[in-house]
Design a protein around this ligand. Structure first.
Ligand code: FAD
Length: 235
């Protein structure tokens, strides 16, 4: 029950949130104004990083997605966002001419944010992120948009500077009833409970603590739904 299909999520002015992937630039900083992970990780792994970071006692909920003005004043994401004004009015997107000013707006220490960005800009210049190895895995480079030596490391040096609030989100639950290969729900002793089946998000996932690849939530739900129906017919 301690697991879900985690993801970073962008809160919307209406109170809902949308899962966030495909960073073209920028960095995530926690409440200490520091990076804490490779921002180009797959979304479930970034969700685990946010959870793990938060558990250390440094607030990671929210984290802030910080980038500069080279992306036309909208989040450096592959997905376009509608109506920036509404996000700004709700305080979910913040902008300042200076990094110090932005640090004040997102309530992180200005000196820490400045050091974090300086260090990251150094990585962008050399093409090597010696802290989190961003851009070394081919997955990282799928959405990348930088034109430097490492396309995932886009410098943050063209003001004004922007921050977008990011929270821990999920695509669904995956801790639930334990099932066997026929989707029969197991009791505390590991024996099937007659007539009770589970599949999809109400079942404990066959993937355990990881998200092995695209389609696992829907794929495993379909497979175990099918297996349950076959077992029902044969029973
Ligand atoms: C934004 C987003 C993107 C995703 N993208 C992918 C993807 O690309 N690939 C992938 O594999 N997975 C993806 N997922 C995950 C996937 O959609 C879910 O894991 C999957 O839909 C779960 O299916 P389910 O049938 O178990 O639950 P659900 O689809 O949540 O169905 C549960 C149903 O039960 C109904 N219900 C709830 N309570 C009651 C009640 N008391 N009485 C009657 N009905 C009730 C609900 O209304 C709902 O219709 C995504 C999820 C989200 C949110």
């Amino acid at each position: 029950m301690d697991e879900a299909w985690w993801c970073p999520a962008t809160p919307f002015p209406n109170g809902r949130a949308e899962f966030t992937l495909g960073l073209r630039g920028g960095i995530f900083v926690n409440s200490a104004g520091e990076r804490f992970a490779n921002e180009s990780l797959p979304y479930d792994r970034m969700g685990h990083e946010i959870r793990g970071g938060h558990a250390t006692g440094v607030s990671h909920i929210p984290v802030w997605f910080v980038f500069d003005d080279r992306f036309d004043n909208v989040p450096a994401l592959c997905e376009p966002r509608p109506d920036p004004a509404a996000f700004r009015a709700a305080g979910l997107w913040r902008t300042s001419d200076t990094l110090d000013g932005l640090a004040d707006l997102i309530d992180v220490p200005a000196s820490a944010l400045g050091s974090t960005v300086d260090r990251f800009n150094g990585f962008a210049a050399t093409g090597e992120d010696t802290d989190f190895r961003r851009g070394e895995d081919p997955f990282d480079r799928f959405f990348a948009a930088g034109d430097g030596p490492n396309p995932c490391l886009v410098p943050i040096d063209r003001g004004p500077f922007h921050a977008v609030q990011i929270v821990l989100g999920d695509l669904g639950t995956k801790g639930g009833a334990r099932i066997d290969a026929d989707a029969r729900v197991l009791d505390g002793s590991g024996d099937p409970i007659p007539g009770l089946y589970a599949a999809g998000n109400s079942a404990a996932s066959v993937a355990g603590h990881v998200y092995p690849g695209p389609g696992v939530p829907l794929g495993s739900g379909m497979v175990f739904g099918y297996r349950a129906a076959r077992h029902l017919r044969s029973d």
